[in-house]
Design a protein around this ligand. Structure first.
Ligand code: RIB
Ligand code: CA
Length: 316
């Protein structure tokens, strides 16, 4: 149950095991008032991300949470998915029952617009965990809502870590660079959790067993998902563990001091032959372009996992 004056957020997501852990962390945290969850096509197609979001809410005992289906493809490109990482269902690693809760009626874009118009200006934070198609579509359709957003805290992009889906681009930005460009040029205060920090919060055998030892169904699910999710990164990067990308967004809302970064200019490459979807982060301040994002570079992994484990332990 959110505490008085809890921070109002909307989670935009493409579950995805790491999205699932992020959603569970948010639902376990009374400091946050999750107004709704909007699903977008990304890791897997929209019908699965919209299903998975409801599966996760029911796992957390929150079948009251409004889940809205959004855009089923990027603004101007064909959809690229990531079953090779997340499995066919997008939540491989544990078999969970199909959701009983229905989708909320409104399209995710209409929910974003209506909610930002009805909530007090500057009171709602958007937390995108997947491609930015829903957010960009809402901004394009209703420019009046842009100034009403308190902040966008998103997972996406990379600088020192470079790309994970191409040599230059991180998946969320790569899937819909045009949407990312709209968001990064919107003027909304941005906090960016790039691969530069998510690759510093890697699972380990011990961390996964600690989730499993919680003894609750959420801990069992998180351990099973990360067991599955890490196999790809271990094979690709060799032997360490999986980066828990999306929970960094929620952890930042709860404990910002776990992260540090720089307020810099970040542009989105939409035209390069080999660099489409690249976040061109001016980490060294050489471009003279105005800063538009707090781009994170460091994370306290031990503190992150201590917070995450504690909160997952508070769930059913
Ligand atoms: O590149 C990592 C991001 O892409 C994460 O949000 C993961 O869930 C996928 O959407
Ligand atoms: Ca995601």
């Amino acid at each position: 149950m959110p505490m008085p004056h809890a921070r109002k957020i909307i989670i935009d997501t493409d579950p995805g095991q790491d999205d699932a852990v992020a959603i569970l962390l948010a639902l376990a945290s009374p400091e946050l008032d999750v107004l709704g969850i909007t699903a977008v096509a990304g890791n897997v197609p929209l019908d699965l991300t919209a299903r998975n979001a409801r599966v996760i809410c029911e796992l957390a005992g929150r079948d009251d949470m409004p889940v809205h289906a959004g855009c089923d493809r990027p603004l101007r490109r064909r959809l690229v998915t990531a079953e090779h990482v997340h499995g066919k269902t997008g939540l491989d690693g544990i078999t969970l029952p199909d959701p009983r809760m229905p989708l909320a009626k409104a399209h995710a874009v209409d929910f974003l617009i209506d909610t930002l118009r009805s909530q007090a200006p500057g009171s709602v934070t958007l937390c995108p965990l997947g491609p930015l198609t829903n957010i960009a579509t809402a901004f394009a359709r209703a420019p009046d809502i842009v100034g009403r957003v308190a902040e966008i805290v998103l997972m996406g992009g990379a600088y020192f870590e470079v790309g994970n889906i191409t040599p230059a681009a991180e998946f969320n930005i790569y899937v819909d660079p045009e949407a990312a460009e709209i968001v990064f040029k919107s003027g909304v205060p941005l906090v960016v959790m790039p691969l530069d920090v998510t690759h510093k919060v890697l699972t380990t055998r011990q961390r996964i067993e600690t989730f499993r030892d919680l003894g609750n169904r959420a801990g069992h699910a998180v351990a099973s998902w990360t067991d599955f999710f890490e196999r790809y990164d271990i094979a690709k990067y060799g032997g360490q563990g999986a980066p828990l990308h999306d929970p960094c967004v929620i952890a930042y809302l709860l404990a910002p001091d776990l992260f540090s970064g720089r307020h810099i200019n970040v542009e989105i490459e939409t035209k390069g032959d080999f660099t489409q979807g690249m976040t061109v982060a001016d980490w060294w301040g050489v471009s003279g372009r105005a800063a538009n994002a707090l781009f994170m570079g460091e994370a306290d992994a031990a503190g992150f996992y201590a917070l995450l484990t504690r909160r997952i332990g508070d769930l059913p």
